[in-house]
Design a protein around this ligand. Structure first.
Ligand SMILES: Nc1ncnc2c1ncn2[C@@H]1O[C@H](COP(=O)(O)OP(=O)(O)OP(=O)(O)O)[C@@H](O)[C@H]1O
Ligand SMILES: [Mg+2]
Length: 693
């Protein structure tokens, strides 16, 4: 781009340079013409005077008339014509009979070319001779003469005026030649008639041979040329004209550097403009390149987050179905364990299955967390006290080799987050840090209020600008190689040996933070350590950390009647069996239509325990809403393996809703069913729950 600008500027300047030269050549050609015309008109004036003097001669008796007859007339004519050296009258024998310079009277001009030429050419008009130097003062003069003819038509002598070209200088000086400009007038025989301006007086000197006069010899009339006037000299633009009567060559030369001064001014201006535009272009190119780089980076981030999103969806789908399977296993295995309690071998197998199922449930929970599909219960949370609590948990877990440092911002705003999941996330990060510091090191937990601005948000994907609460977990461990950093959040990505890491820790943290409308960044340098920053949305009002879930324990039923709605037959029969074993009376149906049939049959129920997602066009939420119209005192407990559904929006439980997340163990079921049955209107209000601490 700059190249194009430069080339076009240079081309434009070159074009203007050539135009400037051509313009000056035309101008000096004109000036040469003007000079020659001036010379000619000066001669014409002399010729007119000579003609008049010739007529006067006829009246006074010709060349031989007494000097008194001639002298006053010659003097008058002489004073009226500037540029004249002298006026002389010569008789038919070539002797001067009258002159404005008395000294000349009596001298012979018989041998002079001018006299001979006029004497022998009756038709001749004005004739000129070679220039000569005046005897008196050395001035250069050109003789111009006319024939004198008697009244009877015979040759009577000549009248001669000598033209002093130097007298024309006044006019030449009025011509603007610029610095170093020259006007030269030369006779074809090689004598300098004059030169303007000239340091010494070159008049009458033999002319130095120069290119202008060489050009004139080759092309006599007129011409224009360009080049130095002497070898190695500066370049000139020159023009010349040749006159025949008198025979003179008039040349004018202007220094090329002087005539190009305006053009050079343009060069400077255009140079400045080009440089300015070049700089502007350069700046623009820089800005554009930066913008492109930023866009590419944003594009890569977007691709990365889209990939995570796709993996998340797949993971979420698998985990959801897997949950139903696990619900059956974890639910029935307890029955089996009870049944085989008296057969130790089978009991051990049942325990093994139970443990495996528990591990499976843990895995699906982690996968759901990554898929941003775990049911979260975000509340305004004091992150500083949460970090201090986590610190207590971490100290024994990290061992003596790791020093824990906390840097807490004591003006920290509350964050809107699920506190127990955040604790979980911090534990995961701390464990990773410990693994990266096998020889010991320092773990720093830091909090602060942070404003993520538009610029930052634009450079990241899925970030909304605004105020955030930041928690940073830093270690002084091995660091993460740059080529791996993009992968650490991917599920099952681990660099730890088989059985040592599942590669789900950071995935969970990532999914949890994203689901909490937060943002997470990893900064790492191999050999120096890693910092993971979590940005959580600020909560509107300050509030304490939410209380941990109530302790588990098997709480029995008291014959309360429960309407179970579950489309999965296996899950339905398993949950029915569990509830019955807990002491409840169960009526189980696969969908909302049958549930209504049961309700309308007049049967009495204390609790509606329904899956959120149901077949045949009506979901659990709609079913519950309708059922409550029929039986306002009916209690409702939902269950779901999937967080995003009719009672959970954007990962948050709707207010006043109780949900038992699948898969669940018998204790969870017992506890939640009891809680639902015991709930009064206030219990299911979110304000009341916020109040517990
Ligand atoms: N603080 C850290 N320092 C160095 N590397 C880390 C750190 N945190 C994570 N990593 C790298 O990221 C990988 C993924 O971490 P992630 O927590 O997801 O899985 P994991 O720790 O390998 O297994 P899991 O947490 O499931 O037991 C790790 O295997 C490790 O290579
Ligand atoms: Mg980990």
């Amino acid at each position: 781009m700059f190249g194009v600008l430069l080339v076009s500027s240079v081309a434009a300047l070159w074009f203007r340079h050539d135009r400037a030269i051509a313009f000056v050549q035309r101008r000096i050609d004109n000036q040469a013409l003007i000079l020659s015309e001036h010379f000619r008109s000066s001669v014409d004036a002399i010729d007119a005077t000579l003609k008049q003097l010739a007529l006067h001669g006829q009246r006074v008796g010709g060349a031989k008339a007494p000097p008194e007859a001639w002298t006053p007339v010659l003097e008058a004519a002489y004073s009226g014509l500037p540029g004249l050296g002298s006026l002389t009258v010569t008789d038919d024998a070539g002797t001067i009979t009258a002159a404005t310079i008395p000294l000349l009277v009596g001298r012979s001009r018989a041998d002079f070319f001018l006299f001979r030429h006029l004497a022998s050419n009756p038709q001749s008009g004005l004739a000129a001779d070679e220039p000569f130097r005046a005897v008196r003062d050395g001035r250069m003069l050109i003789p111009l003469g006319r024939r004198l003819v008697s009244t009877d038509g015979k040759f009577d002598g000549v009248i001669v005026a000598t033209l002093e070209p130097a007298r024309l200088r006044g006019f030449y000086r009025s011509i603007d030649l610029g610095p170093d400009g020259l006007i030269m007038v030369r006779h074809p025989n090689g004598l300098v008639l004059f030169q303007e301006p000239s340091r010494s007086d070159p008049i009458g000197q033999p002319a130095v041979d120069n290119p202008v006069f060489r050009a004139q010899r080759a092309k006599p009339d007129s011409g224009v040329l360009r080049g130095p006037l002497e070898p190695g000299g500066r370049s000139y633009l020159s023009a010349y004209r040749t006159l025949t009567a008198p025979p003179v060559i008039i040349a004018i030369a202007l220094s090329e550097s002087a005539v190009l001064t305006p053009w050079r001014g343009e060069v400077v201006i255009v140079g400045f403009i080009t440089a300015g535009m070049g700089l502007a272009l350069l700046f623009a190119a820089f800005v554009i390149a930066r913008e492109i780089r930023a866009r590419i980076a944003a594009e890569q981030l977007l691709q990365q987050s889209q990939k995570m999103e796709a993996v998340g969806q797949l993971t979420g789908g698998v985990a959801h179905d897997f949950n139903n399977i696990l619900t059956v296993i974890t639910g029935t295995i307890e029955l089996l364990e009870e049944g085989v309690a008296d057969r130790p071998q089978l009991a051990a197998i049942a325990r093994m299955i139970d443990e495996a199922a528990a591990r499976g449930a843990q895995l699906t929970n982690r996968l759901l967390a990554f898929a941003r599909k775990q049911p979260l219960q975000p509340y305004p949370t004091d992150i500083n006290s949460l970090v201090l609590e986590a610190d207590k948990l971490l100290r024994p877990a990290l061992g003596e080799m790791v020093e824990i440092v906390t840097k807490l911002d004591n003006r920290l705003a509350p964050a809107l987050v699920d506190a127990s999941q955040l604790t979980n996330a911090l534990l995961n990060l701390a464990i990773n840090a410990r693994d990266a510091m096998s020889d010991g090191g320092k773990l720093t937990l830091e909090t602060g209020n942070v404003e993520l601005d538009e610029d930052y948000a634009r450079s990241q994907s899925e970030v909304t600008p605004g105020p955030y609460v930041m928690i940073a977990v830093s270690d002084t461990g091995t660091g993460i190689p740059p080529e791996l950093i993009d992968h650490v959040f991917e599920p099952f990505f681990t660099t730890k040996g088989v059985g040592r890491g599942t590669g789900l820790g950071l995935s969970m943290v990532y999914g949890f933070v994203k689901q909490s409308n937060g943002h997470i960044r990893v900064y790492s340098e191999v050999g120096n350590g890693t910092t993971i920053r979590i940005y959580l949305p600020r909560a509107a009002a300050a509030a304490g950390v939410r209380a941990p879930p109530s302790p588990a324990g098997t709480i029995k039923g008291d014959g309360e009647r429960i309407l179970v709605v579950e489309d999965d037959a296996l899950v339905r029969s398993q949950v029915s069996a569990q509830l019955e074993s807990l002491g409840y009376a169960i009526h189980a149906v696969p969908d909302a239509v049958e549930a209504f049939a049961a309700l309308e049959s007049g049967a009495v129920f204390d609790l509606l325990f329904t899956d959120v997602i149901l077949p045949r066009g009506m979901n659990g939420r709609q079913l519950a809403d309708e059922a409550l119209m029929l039986r306002p005192s009916l209690k409702v407990l939902y269950t779901s393996g999937y967080s995003e559904n009719a009672v959970v929006h954007h990962g948050r439980l709707d207010p006043g809703v109780l949900l038992l997340a699948k898969p669940y163990r018998k204790e969870d079921l017992a506890r939640m069913v009891r809680r639902a049955l015991d709930a009064d209107a206030a219990e299911s209000q979110p304000a009341a729950r916020t109040g517990t601490s």
